[in-house]
Design a binder for this molecule. Structure first.
Ligand code: SAM
Length: 214
């Protein structure tokens, strides 16, 4: 079980040196076994700070990006968080390790099934859904935080609506593969403020309130 423990510790140091100072996030990165979320052929690369292919043209995000986005959510234990783009399930497992109540949506059926299976085997029980996450998950709204792990052309109105006042939405927005990370704070029911950090690269968010094709 602790086979890659020292690799994980190295990754945590690497993230700290790159500016990730949120101890809860660093602890979760230290705990979650990223090598179990990547294809067998890439296990030896699992603790490098890079995105890796997981099939169907999709990726498990770079650990720095996962840590940056998770810190930006500023959630606390017990908070309810919605993730759009389950992919491998790694980001969801990080949020779960931090004590969040996690809801996650994936639009690729094969990735949805394999993430569900992987998380079940790891005894990580989350609310997962197969479908278009750009319209959110109204039955479980409002959320304390929403994290979108694919790049959007603009901010989906449904996601802003499904955020609690005081909650944050973290979403990459921009041209395909060249996004700004946008962190939106819902100040009140109809007031929002935002912070942008440039230079991220994502696969596209495809759906009703996202890109219409890949
Ligand atoms: N969070 C994932 C992880 O930890 O492995 C990485 C996600 S990958 C960068 C982006 C994912 O978003 C892909 O699996 C893709 O199929 C999914 N996706 C794209 N558009 C979507 C949508 N409208 N709803 C749900 N998932 C979507």
């Amino acid at each position: 079980m602790n086979k890659y423990k020292s690799d994980r510790e190295e990754l945590v140091k690497n993230l700290f040196n790159k500016g990730i100072k949120d101890l809860d996030v660093l602890k979760a990165v230290n705990k979650v076994e990223r090598h179990l979320f990547v294809p067998a052929s890439l296990v030896l690369h699992a603790y490098q700070d890079s995105a890796l292919l997981i099939g169907y043209g999709q990726t498990i995000s770079q650990p720095y990006t996962v840590a940056f986005m998770t810190s930006a959510l500023r959630l606390k234990k017990g908070d309810k968080v919605l993730e759009i783009g389950t992919g491998s399930g790694y980001q969801a497992a990080i949020l779960h390790a931090m004590g969040m109540r996690v809801f996650s949506i994936e639009r690729n059926y094969d990735l949805f099934i394999s993430a569900q299976d992987r998380l079940d085997k790891m005894n990580i029980h989350l609310q997962l859904k197969y479908g278009d996450g750009t319209i959110g998950w109204a039955e479980h709204a409002p959320f304390d935080g929403i994290i979108v792990t694919a790049g959007a052309p603009e901010i989906p109105a449904s996601l802003k609506k499904q955020l609690k006042p005081g909650g944050r939405l973290v979403i990459p927005v921009g041209d395909k593969g060249r996004e700004d990370m946008v962190c939106i704070l819902k100040e009140s029911e109809d007031e929002f403020s935002e912070e942008r950090t440039p230079n991220f690269a994502f696969v596209p968010l495809i759906g009703k309130e996202g890109w219409k094709n890949a």
